[in-house]
Design a protein around this ligand. Structure first.
Ligand code: UD1
Ligand code: UDP
Length: 368
């Protein structure tokens, strides 16, 4: 059986790395790794860390790319690949343009699609935008739906996707996180070299780690976020560390408004090993990322999400993640509250137990 694993962005690669590993360990399966190259530097960081080599790289990324241009390039180039090689199944991940366009191309060619991280829903087509459309689009054409949680499975059932094959697998991000976290905890030399990589961290200050990239926050949202970060950096004993996403719509306001400020370090996106280390070092994480919400329960850190709605309610219900929106005043108030609150412990992760990739490969193998 020939299975093509398709991804193109940083989070997809982190979450597909355990799947690639588990597929490659299955002797009856020939695993093909196809990257659309929707991201470049941020994707290559993940590929290097997990030692994954793409059998095909479509190299679609362009500076400040448009959604339609990107979708069209992925659709067209993926179709050419499908014309040359006919996998028995393709696996796509999550809610990116890579996932939606590659799944559409496979559907048009009559190739069965497996959707890893199926069934997430915010219930708002504009939040996150365009991801809510992308994930619905993939679920609509997928034959095999790998839902991370019962909540995600129930969303699929409500949309009458029950006749397809739905399996609850857990989220593969937990597999990736536990693997990397375990390495940092068990390899003292590695932990020491990671500490040396971030000399800007002042151990006498509480570290607020920040990420942000949502399209619906571009413009006014990012101006508010930057204003909030400037205020947070003035709180006593606080230091802000912000690996800035490479999207120019993020880079422009962040660099313009926050460069050179005391107690704010703006750095390049960090490879996953470094980022997991930084999450472990932080007092609090401020983010709009999907993946970080899923990692939060395993970390024992307060995670404040700069969004109004989430397609990942389980960690909110578990009291680990709080939605704080993108208004400066609310962000600052919530950061103060969280920093003053009691410290937390890691809890059992509602998104998975680290065996999601194995369950996905078991389902694929059961078709043999
Ligand atoms: C994309 C996904 C989003 C996902 C996010 C993860 C879509 C529509 N968006 O958003 O769902 O949460 O990735 O990070 O699929 N760039 C670089 N180098 C890189 C990556 C990006 O220079 O390695 C710059 C380029 O100018 C590029 C721009 O960022 O054109 C936007 O990249 P794109 O993938 O379209 O959007 P993201 O905001 O990264
Ligand atoms: N991440 C990383 N380096 C960074 C920032 C984030 O490796 O500098 C990881 C993070 O731990 C999570 C994933 O990247 O696993 C999230 O990616 P992103 O926020 O870009 O996308 P999203 O999850 O929102 O789709």
């Amino acid at each position: 059986m020939k299975v093509a694993v398709i991804f193109g962005t940083r989070p997809e690669a982190i979450k597909m790395a355990p799947v690639v590993r588990a597929l490659k360990a299955a002797p009856q399966i020939e695993t093909l790794v196809w990257s659309t190259g929707q991201h470049r530097q941020m994707l290559d960081q993940v590929m290097d860390l997990f030692q994954i080599k793409a059998d095909r790289d479509l190299g679609v990324m362009q500076p400040d790319q448009t959604l339609n241009g990107l979708f069209a390039r992925v659709l067209d180039r993926m179709d050419q690949v499908f014309a040359e090689e006919r996998p028995d199944r393709v696996l796509v991940h999550g809610d990116t343009t890579t996932a939606a366009a590659a799944a559409t191309a496979a559907f048009h060619r009559g190739i069965p699609v497996g959707h890893v991280e199926a069934g997430l829903r915010s219930g708002h087509m504009d939040k996150p935008w365009p991801e809510e459309f992308n994930r619905r689009c993939v679920d609509l054409v997928a034959d095999h739906l790998y839902a991370p949680t019962t909540w995600a499975r129930d969303n699929l059932l409500r949309e009458n996707l029950g006749p397809r094959r739905i399996v609850i697998t857990g989220n593969t991000v937990v597999d990736a996180l536990l693997h990397v976290k375990g390495r940092i905890e068990n390899e003292p030399d590695l932990a020491a070299s990671l500490a040396a990589r971030f000399p800007q961290i002042d151990p006498s200050r509480r570290l607020v780690l920040v990420t942000g990239h949502r399209r619906e926050n571009f413009g006014a949202g990012f101006l508010n976020i930057c204003q909030a970060l400037a205020e947070i950096s003035e709180l006593p004993d606080v230091q802000v560390l912000y690996p800035v996403h490479l999207n120019p719509n993020v880079q422009r306001p962040v660099m313009e408004l926050l460069s050179g400020k005391d107690n704010i370090s703006l750095i390049e996106p960090v490879d996953y090993l470094g980022f997991v280390y930084l999450m472990g070092r932080s007092a609090l994480i401020l983010t709009d990322s999907g993946g970080v919400q899923e990692e939060a329960p395993s970390l024992g850190k307060p995670v404040l999400v700069m969004r109004d709605v989430t397609e990942r309610p389980e960690a909110v219900e578990a009291g680990v993640v709080k939605l704080v929106g993108a208004k400066a005043e609310n962000i600052v108030w919530s950061v103060r509250e969280a920093l003053e609150g009691p410290s937390r412990a890691a809890i059992a992760n509602p998104y998975g137990d680290g065996t999601a990739a194995e369950r996905i490969v078991q389902e694929i193998s059961s078709a043999l």
